[in-house]
Design a protein. Structure first.
Length: 302
């Protein structure tokens, strides 16, 4: 992985003396060690910043449908994951595990959904002041997740027999590790001063951190496995046969090429992984769905 030219420069950056590459590498390694320890405990960090008010409004409206509640809850991957974990716990589990948010909400009931979602969202909102320096990065991550999720839903619906809602949920949480890493980086002042260095670190490690995080949240194994190597180049299937296939092509549709460039993949190689016409003919439907969801969430920039 390239580590960014700023790491070997002299002078001062953001009020912190520049360090040599080995020193900065040691600090990044310390962050990764800290992440490994923290994933064993409660995980709280901001993703969709205004979700608390939206969840409160929709769950307090007696005319809201289950689908409307699920739509708002899915704006926040962490809340969705926590509700899935609760729904599949020993106390709440039915004969079949809940595999999408609508089922989890129906199983838990609105009271539990409201209290759990609001508790998590409000705690996340308290952390916003720590995320100011990374606001653009986190917003881009959220938009990428939303577009990937929309592609997952449309591709699953049009080209497979997979559950489109489960595919949508998988797309929303596939980069949860990146959100968590950006939040955790706010506690390392020198990484805050070097966002390019952080970006490289997130690109290289977010998949493995994300899989550990999703597993710790108790998500179904095939959803966790679907996120494995989702940014690694492999042949694009003519027709997707698995949830992992759906996520892979949807992630490409939503801009995975950008991340590949950080792995020193040349543009000629990237061009060999262009999506074919069967996928591209779904472009309008995918983008319309993503734009509709963005308007629902009050962030119409996708």
């Amino acid at each position: 992985m390239g580590v960014g030219k700023d790491m070997a420069q002299t002078g001062r950056t953001g009020g912190f003396p520049d360090k040599f590459a080995n020193d900065l590498a040691a600090q990044r390694f310390q962050m990764l060690e800290d992440l490994a320890k923290e994933l064993a405990g409660p995980v709280l960090f901001p993703t969709c910043f205004d979700v608390a008010a939206r969840i409160r409004k929709v769950t307090n409206d007696p005319d809201s449908t289950l689908e409307q509640v699920a739509t708002v809850v899915q704006a926040d991957p962490l809340i969705s994951s926590k509700l899935m974990l609760l729904a599949n716990s020993a106390v709440n589990a039915a004969s079949q595990p809940a595999r999408e948010v609508g089922t989890a909400i129906a199983r838990l009931g609105l009271t539990v959904v409201r209290s759990t979602s609001l508790t998590l969202a409000m705690r996340q909102m308290l952390l916003l002041k720590n995320m100011v320096n990374f606001a653009d990065m986190t917003h881009q991550l959220w938009e990428h997740s939303l577009l990937t999720a929309s592609a997952c839903k449309v591709v699953a619906q049009r080209m497979t027999r997979l559950d489109p809602n489960e595919a949508y949920f998988t797309g929303m949480v596939h980069d949860l590790g990146a959100f968590y890493m950006v939040y955790r980086a706010t506690q390392y002042p020198e990484l805050v001063a070097r966002p390019q260095s952080l970006k490289h670190l997130v690109v290289q490690w977010h998949e493995s951190v994300g899989m550990t995080l999703l597993d710790a949240l108790g998500l179904p194994e095939d959803i966790v496995e679907a996120t494995r190597d989702h940014d690694c180049q492999r042949a694009i299937p003519d027709v997707p046969h698995s949830l992992q296939d759906v996520l892979y092509v949807s992630n490409i549709f939503a801009g995975a090429y950008f991340e590949w460039l950080y792995h020193d993949v040349d543009r000629a190689t990237i061009e060999r992984y262009a999506l074919g016409p069967r996928y591209l003919e779904l472009d309008d439907e995918i983008r319309e769905h993503a734009q509709s969801m963005a308007r629902t969430f009050g962030v119409d920039r996708t």
